[in-house]
Design a protein around this ligand. Structure first.
Ligand code: SAH
Length: 259
């Protein structure tokens, strides 16, 4: 990554920072800490407005899958005037060194199930000319910083979590088979993409933010290796590990952004 400056919410004229959580367990702790909390129902979803560490925020659940996450993102922008979107969730680790309990901060997002070939090159989002959407560099750096500080002292399965940075691949599929993972990863590699993690929403939110010119960054806690045991203990991991990580990371992020 070039440059060293961190994200400043002043960049977005103090519009609220949207914090999108993939799972209810991750969001619960944030809602508890929300100052001046106000819940608004819109588009069949609940949006929580308020402040965290004095920073104006709006919290929402992305819901699962690309379309659901895109709908939530558009609502955050159009109805709640979000100035930037930060995403927390879990994902399957597919990079060789990416282990359960690590986190991945996405620097780019590709849709592994997008294929309009031969009309458009494989993975290209039609009419955009792009195959991957980049995270906002300053916001992603702030998120890396928040991960390093927020996860300090924590261990999972006897080792400290590593903070990886790289490409995240999204698609409307829970990837839980070795053969399935190989075919997704090999095809991406064949086209020059080296994914660290797979999940079901990030690239959709990145595309919406690209369309609106809004800063976006996401962090995923690795819940599984996208292999045949990916579903095992998923709820327990989300409750005991991922929700704790997400809360700590967001606490550090809002502290840093609030100044
Ligand atoms: N059992 C869960 C369903 C979670 S779906 C429930 O009842 O709510 C999986 C979620 O975790 C999605 O938000 C997705 O982004 C992420 N995820 C984690 N591991 C994944 C994997 N191996 N493949 C795809 N998505 C994964």
């Amino acid at each position: 990554m070039m440059g060293t400056s961190l994200y400043s919410p002043g960049d977005s004229v103090r519009r609220p920072l949207a914090i999108l959580s993939a799972l209810a367990e991750e969001q619960a702790g944030l809602v508890e800490q929300l100052q001046g909390a106000q819940c608004v129902s819109h588009a069949g979803r609940e949006f929580w407005q308020g402040q965290l560490s004095g920073l104006p925020v709006v919290l929402a659940l992305s819901r699962i899958g690309k379309v659901a996450a895109a709908t939530t993102s558009v609502a955050l922008i159009e109805r709640f005037a979000a100035g930037a979107i930060v995403f927390t969730g879990v994902a399957g680790g597919v990079g060789p060194r990416v282990q359960v309990g690590d986190v991945v901060v996405g620097t780019g997002y590709v849709q592994h199930d997008m294929d309009a070939s031969p009309l458009f090159p494989r993975y290209q989002i039609p009419l955009t000319g792009q195959t991957a959407f980049a995270a906002d560099a300053a916001l992603a750096r702030s998120l890396v910083f928040a991960c390093v500080v927020g996860l300090q002292g924590l261990q999972h399965a006897g080792r400290a979590p590593l903070v990886h940075q790289g490409l995240i691949a999204s698609g409307d599929r829970f990837v839980n088979g070795l053969a399935e993972t190989r075919s997704i990863v090999d095809a991406l590699r064949h086209h020059g993409h080296e994914p660290l993690a797979v999940e079901m929403e990030g690239a959709a939110v990145a595309q919406v933010c690209h369309d609106y010119g809004l800063p976006f960054a996401a962090v995923r806690t690795i819940s599984d290796r996208a292999d045949d045991s990916a579903h095992v203990d998923f709820p327990a991991f989300v409750r005991d590990v991922a929700s704790v990580y997400a809360q700590r990371i967001i606490r550090e992020l809002v502290r840093a952004l609030a100044g």
